[in-house]
Ligand binder design. Sequence first.
Ligand code: KIV
Length: 306
Amino acid sequence: MSVTHFRSADPCSAAPAKVTLPSLQDKKRNCQPITALTAYDYATARLVDESGIDMILVGDSLAMVVMGHDSTLAVTVDEMLHHTRAVRRAVRRAVVVADMPFGSYHSGIGEGVANAVRFVKEGGAEAVKIEGGRNRLELVERLVDAEIPVIGHLGLTPQSVHRMGGYAVQGKTLRAIDELTRDAISLEHAGATAVVLEGLPREVAKRITAELSIPTIGIGAGPDCDGQILVFHDLVNLSFSKPAKFVRQYGDAAALFRTAIEGYRDEVVGRAFPAEAESYHLAKDERLALEEREHERAEGRLAVIR
Ligand code: KIV
């Protein structure tokens, strides 16, 4: 049985029209911006989906913003799958994409395909994302052969943090720009469905976007990409770190949560929570019988129940 629960296009159904990967390509052709966000759990994925975001990425940024690691490298396939399944259960409309974590496609094509199959079969993902350019073409072709849509990821690729020597903007020299452009074109020719462009000068992302017929989804790559993606925790101030230049915070969930948690703590300590209205009660007969028994016990007419 499928775990994706695709809704029918029945106009009488209350279900929202499903976003598909081909419909994202249509958006590029029609110059309509694609909206994307990460999500890692049922509650936030529901909010993101019900807000009409087109694509939800279960990103390996999970390692940092949910699990507290200092890079994305530690998260495993099983951990990513656990979160992909939770997101899948929440999402009815958006395209769900699973990030292939570091080490899940780096030691062989067969291993990469096998892990991607798990994300589709066990996690309910509609596509997988992998980092890298021309070094990933064979894998992209094999995944497409296996009916698994692939999203590429170029520029600042966090799984290459040690090679890059940190998280720095990429594509700053003519040579690097040409390499990135060749990588992007090669990914498209190999069958990639879209490409994430991260941490690139605006001019470079614009040039690559113009060269491709598949959509580019930017993060820290300026406004000329076909779509934008942000990490959910950055959007709502839950990252516990200084936001990068490209992040815009649209809400302050940290402040909201702190106020709620501190209010709860204070009211428990002050015995203001729970109140009468938040308490359950016995039915009248049982309450009277209980009171009668307490009364008899108080008068010494009844043995104490141990
Ligand atoms: O893991 C992630 O959140 C990502 C986005 C930054 C694109 O790869």
